[in-house]
Design a protein around this ligand. Structure first.
Ligand code: ZN
Length: 304
């Protein structure tokens, strides 16, 4: 089968490639490719077997051979479903990711999203984990993998930082042109992580979704997360549920971002936190997705 995916490979540093999947909406994530004649690296895979085969084809074109290492920026299926298709020699992640992968859904239950041909997805868990930081050599670069100390987009988000080239693969700690999503992490923790994110000496940020951008992307995310917190506070005071609060609020400057229904999931998380659930603590994810579908008016649009 021939697929005409809207993807682009950009050299964002010396031998550091960003694989951009447009339009960056649900499950259309970005990945990284760092070719090396000894051991090449992937940063994340993609959501489906076919899309990961396209990623692999691009990696081969760039000189990636059979020996590969891999980093998982977090557990979500758009970033990890293709792990087994890439079949790396080893996979590195933050310590919470294996459990998050095991407990989450690689392929979402039917009815949640519009139909997708995921392919035969096999769970491929990390082999090596770290709690705060680990340094790797990739393609001659010294590369820092860092967890920022708080649940944020998920519990186990890590960034992949190339200090010499001032490039930061931010995973889903950065969305560019898409709505940030904190349902499986923490609004408060994400806000706490932003100072550290802004302190990286960076020329180019590769967000988990959307076009490469500058460090200012974190200012946009902060404005959005503060907006979510404000709406959550008002909803608690008014005694209304997240869905009702989301339906009655004007998204304003954020209305044009992809997947605006994430406001509902974000309010589930923010309202739980404001009423005593610790950052990253349990929230009814199934109920939150049901409410997001209701807000959207049907299964969420997925073009993976
Ligand atoms: Zn994610």
């Amino acid at each position: 089968m021939i697929h005409a995916y809207d993807t682009q490979t950009l050299e964002v540093g010396d031998g550091i490639f960003a694989y951009i999947q447009r339009d960056g909406s649900w499950y259309l994530n970005n990945a990284g490719i760092i070719p090396d004649h000894k051991l090449s690296y992937f940063i994340d895979s993609t959501a489906t077997v076919a899309r990961t085969q396209a990623l692999l084809g691009e990696a081969r074109r760039l000189g990636v051979g059979d020996r590969t290492g891999m980093v998982a920026t977090h557990h979500h299926g758009d970033h990890t479903n293709g792990n087994a298709t890439i079949d790396p020699s080893f996979l590195v992640s933050h310590t919470t990711v294996p459990e998050e992968m095991s407990n989450g859904f690689a392929v979402p239950p039917p009815g949640l999203f519009t139909p997708v041909d995921w392919g035969d997805i096999e769970l491929r868990l990390p082999d090596l984990t770290f709690s705060s930081e680990i340094v790797l050599q990739m393609g001659g670069h010294r590369v820092e993998l860092r967890h920022l100390g708080h649940p944020a987009h998920t519990l186990g988000d890590c960034v992949v930082y190339f200090p010499d080239d001032r490039v930061l693969f931010a995973g889903d700690l950065a969305f560019n042109g898409g709505t940030p999503f904190a349902l499986m992490g923490s609004v408060q923790g994400w806000l706490c992580s932003l100072e550290a994110l802004r302190s990286f000496d960076v020329q180019t940020v590769i967000p988990g979704h959307g076009e490469p951008c500058g460090i200012d992307v974190f200012r946009d995310i902060e404005r959005y997360l503060r907006f979510v917190e404000q709406v959550a506070r008002q909803a608690i005071e008014a005694g209304v549920e997240p869905l009702e609060a989301a339906k009655s609020v004007d998204l304003g400057e954020f209305a044009g971002w992809h997947d605006p229904e994430r406001i509902v999931g974000n309010l589930y998380r923010a309202m739980a936190e404001l009423t005593g659930t610790p950052p990253g603590g349990p929230v009814d994810v199934v109920a939150a997705f049901g409410a997001m579908i209701s807000y959207h008016g049907g299964p969420l649009a997925c073009f993976a």
